[in-house]
Design a protein around this ligand. Structure first.
Ligand SMILES: [Zn+2]
Length: 398
């Protein structure tokens, strides 16, 4: 038997008494209920039945409303129900605000609402029709807020299909019987089965928070009522913190962050320049301490305080300074080998490195002028020394 839906007659009472009419594991059905079942984009009510928490409410094809609750009871028992009013009133505020915003987009831009989702954080509507710029969104938001301030009355009533005032409806009903219309002053008229406030003054405020293209439509996200106030309060707190961190009034925060970003980029460029200078000086030192084989400098060095990129820069820089073979080891797990040889130094650097590291369960390779590899850290110094040896032998043989 169809459950009597108390929230249609009046969505405000949040306690009620009812009789248990059906049971299935974890779910209870009553002869009447104030719990709104999930549907039409609005989430299910939560609350308590006989003091036990109700965590979901669903309606089946026979229009029986089921409450998800862990409750030991019997058919015919009388139970007291209480809905989570803060959650429900929030849904009423969001849902009513959605009607007003949808009508605003329709009146201003003939943009039809084709989707609605009441989420935990934000509410979204999907708009079909023209592309809308940010200024258009501002306009729809302003019209909505003007209506909210106007405190228009909200009236819900049922109408027979043949009496439907189709011409004045924002959209046509999806059901053929039990058609319920929601009228907001003379601003909006639309079929809807959700719960709404009595007067737009109870919503008070709406703020659009984002928009994005989604499957050919424009998805607009907003917050209304208490959510909008909370959003304002949170954002104000964040900005006040930023303002204190920057020692700037809130109005100057954006410009101050812009200046900080510029300064950071300048410092990054300066750091890059200084780093190159330091590496160049280091290269000079390494070269002056190097052994020579004929006219070729042989530089073998373990670098403990350098990144892989710095080692590569240093090796190729040294190789450019005159005939040389440069071999670096970077102690880490794995131990990395970075090698470079000047063009014209006839040593098969890549092949030699590959052969050496493979003896130590390592991997690597490269070209005659640049090569890299890695071996387990315990074998690192031995692999570096052996590579230096095979390179100097190759140099003597050529
Ligand atoms: Zn509605």
């Amino acid at each position: 038997m169809q459950t009597r839906q108390l929230y249609y007659r009046d969505p405000y009472p949040h306690t009620f008494e009812a009789q248990v009419v059906a049971l299935k594991p974890g779910w209870v059905a009553l002869d009447q209920t104030a719990f709104y079942p999930e549907g039409g984009g609005q989430p299910a009510d939560h609350g308590w039945l006989a003091g036990q928490p109700v965590t979901d409410t669903q309606i089946d094809e026979e229009k029986v409303i089921w409450h998800q609750v862990s409750l030991t009871t019997a058919i015919g028992a009388t139970v007291e129900g209480r809905i989570d009013w803060l959650r429900r009133f929030d849904h009423m505020q969001q849902h009513t605000a959605q009607h007003v915003l949808s009508q605003a987009f329709w009146q201003l831009f003939q943009a039809e609402t084709v989707g609605f989702h009441l989420g935990e954080q934000v509410v979204t509507i999907d708009l079909a029709g023209p592309e809308l710029e940010a200024a258009a969104l501002d306009q729809a938001e302003a019209l909505t807020n003007a209506q909210l301030r106007g405190k228009l009355p909200v009236r819900c009533f049922e109408v027979a299909a043949e009496m439907l005032p189709a011409a004045t409806l924002r959209k046509l009903p999806q059901v053929e019987t039990d058609i319920r219309l929601v009228e907001i002053g003379n601003f909006d008229l639309c079929p809807c089965g959700g719960t709404h406030v009595h007067d737009l003054g109870e919503v008070g405020l709406l703020k659009i928070v984002s928009s994005e293209r989604k499957r050919g439509n424009l998805r607009v996200a907003f917050v209304a009522g208490q959510r909008a106030y909370q959003d304002y309060a949170n954002k104000h707190d964040q900005l006040a913190c930023l303002s204190a961190l920057l020692s700037e009034p809130i109005a100057n925060v954006v410009a101050a962050v812009g200046r900080l970003q510029e300064r950071l980029q300048e410092l990054e460029r300066e750091e890059e320049r200084l780093r190159e200078q330091v590496l160049t000086l280091e290269a000079k030192e390494l070269r002056s301490a190097a052994q020579k084989s004929g006219n070729v400098y042989c530089i073998t060095q373990e670098l403990s305080a350098h990144s892989l990129d710095e080692a590569k820069f240093l090796a190729s820089y040294l190789a450019e300074q005159g005939p040389s073979i440069v071999l670096f080891g970077l102690p880490d797990e794995p131990y990395r080998l970075v090698a470079a040889a000047s063009t014209g130094v006839a040593v098969p650097l890549g092949a030699l490195l590959k052969e050496t590291v493979s003896k130590y369960q390592g991997r690597g390779g490269g070209s005659p002028t640049s090569a890299q590899g890695a071996v387990p850290s315990s074998a690192g110094p031995r692999a570096l020394a052996e590579l230096a040896q095979v390179c100097s032998q190759a140099l003597e043989n050529c």
